[in-house]
Every structure is written in structure tokens, then in C-alpha cells.
Design a protein around this ligand. Sequence first.
Ligand SMILES: C[C@H](O)[C@H](O)[C@H]1CNC2=NC(N)=NC(=O)C2=N1
Length: 91
Amino acid sequence: MSETLSDEEVEERLPPEWEYVDDEIVRTYDFNDYLAGVAFASEVGELADEAYHHPTIVIEYDTVEVRFTSHEAGGVTEQDLELAAECDALR
Ligand SMILES: C[C@H](O)[C@H](O)[C@H]1CNC2=NC(N)=NC(=O)C2=N1
């Protein structure tokens, strides 16, 4: 099982635009078109399922919020940071 990172490690390595809140890393992506957000969420889902590491995804009319944490480890791990960067690369 992956080990959780310290608060300092997470803050230091968090990709830009991401926030560290209550043992989760979160980013809200803005979209002009609802279905573009839905398509993006689906791509995030594919990344997650391939990694078998699943975020919370909240789709609203002009935003998609993606939240990662490692439930089994009980906090943020390397895998969360890696997937955050992969989500950013989808844009
Ligand atoms: C039973 C457990 O949910 C599974 O082993 C996987 C599935 N996806 C997961 N996703 C995330 N974010 N954290 C996990 O610990 C995790 N575990």
C-alpha cells in the first residue's frame, strides 16, 4: 500500500491550480460548454479506472471539480499527485 505524504510534501509537490484541503487534493476546471465538462469528466474517469484509483468528480454547468485522496492509505499519496498531473495534461 502507498504511504501517505506529509502536509509539507503535499504542499511542496502539489501541481499549480490544485489545493490541499482536509487530506484531499482538489482542482476546479472551468468550461464554457456543459458537455465539454462532461467529456472531460469522462476522460478523468478513464484515467482513474486505468489506474484503479478513483477521484470524486462533481460536474456543474460550467465547472468540473476533481478531488483525489487515497482512501485505503488515509490521505494523499504519490498516486494522487501523479493522477492530478495526468488530469491537467488532458486540457
Ligand atoms: C476497495 C478499494 O476501494 C479499492 O481497492 C481501490 C479503488 N479505488 C480507490 N480510489 C482511491 N482514491 N483510493 C483508494 O484507496 C481506492 N481503492
